[in-house]
Ligand binder design. Structure first.
Ligand code: 6PG
Length: 246
């Protein structure tokens, strides 16, 4: 595993780099007759990234037919709910670019969580042509970081077994008690590339606790994301990186 930390002057500059990486990955996949399978991150931070991509990644510059979108986690709410990660991406990226519906693979947040975890696992395995025991290897997984060190919907103290051989799990948000669906750590750590997108001064403390320490607190799920044979990247703006040792 290689770890790279990139610090950007602004969140806008960070978004530009994500869009460029997205374009490169999609073109590389398209030229070799493959799909570019991306796992999207929810929450507030990435919304501007997706909006920038919608503005800049028009149907001419990115071969969207080669891009398949999955979600790293979802709140157990209907797809039109204000908390829905799918709705956020639909409004910021999918609708503005009229992306092909067959390339969009959201969780069904409105369904029974346990049933949906099994269904979504099957949808992923079918798309990637995997057997029932194989762990999927996504080309690119985007992740966020909570101030408590959570990522996707893997929360401190409520972690599922990191050796879980499943693909999806049901968790509970510690604050709201809302059920969540999430990819398991096994999937996160099997990706070719994992990129944390973290901006704002509110994340500076948790970023420093995870990235400054030689042996970061393993209590934090985000600190345990280590793609065994992939690249781990931290894309930070100056505010989120403010407490990092230079
Ligand atoms: C979610 C995300 C979650 C998010 C962090 C940071 O569904 O909310 O998967 O892990 O990335 O909570 O959220 P913000 O970007 O809103 O700070």
């Amino acid at each position: 595993m290689t770890v790279e930390i990139k610090i950007f002057e602004t969140a806008g500059k960070l978004a530009e780099t994500v869009a460029e990486r997205w374009r490169e990955g999609a073109l590389r996949a398209s030229r070799t007759g493959h799909f570019f399978n991306i796992v999207l991150v929810g929450g507030g931070t990435p919304r501007e990234v997706y909006r920038y991509l919608a503005r800049s990644g028009d149907r001419q510059s990115i071969p969207w037919d080669a891009v398949h979108l999955f979600w790293g986690d979802e709140r157990c709410v209907p797809p039109d709910h204000e908390e829905s990660n799918y709705r956020m991406v639909r409004e910021a990226l999918i609708d503005p670019l009229s992306l092909p519906p067959e390339n969009i693979h959201p969780f069904h947040g409105e369904d029974d969580p346990g049933t949906e975890a099994i269904r979504y696992s099957r949808e992923i395995r079918d798309h990637l042509g995997l057997s029932a025991r194989e762990i999927p290897r996504f080309d690119w997984i985007l992740l966020g970081l909570g101030q408590d060190g959570h990522t996707a919907s893997l929360f401190p103290g409520k972690e599922i077994p990191w050796s879980d051989s499943g693909i999806c799990a049901v968790t509970t948000h510690p604050g709201s008690g809302l059920k969540r669906l999430t990819l398991t750590p096994a999937v996160l750590n099997h990706a070719s590339r994992v990129t944390f997108i973290v901006t704002g001064s509110g994340k500076a403390q948790i970023v420093s606790e995870i990235l400054n320490g030689q042996n970061p607190n393993q209590h934090y799920p985000a600190a345990r994301v280590k793609p065994e044979t992939g690249v781990l990247e931290w894309f930070l703006d100056r505010e989120a990186a403010a407490l990092l040792k230079q």
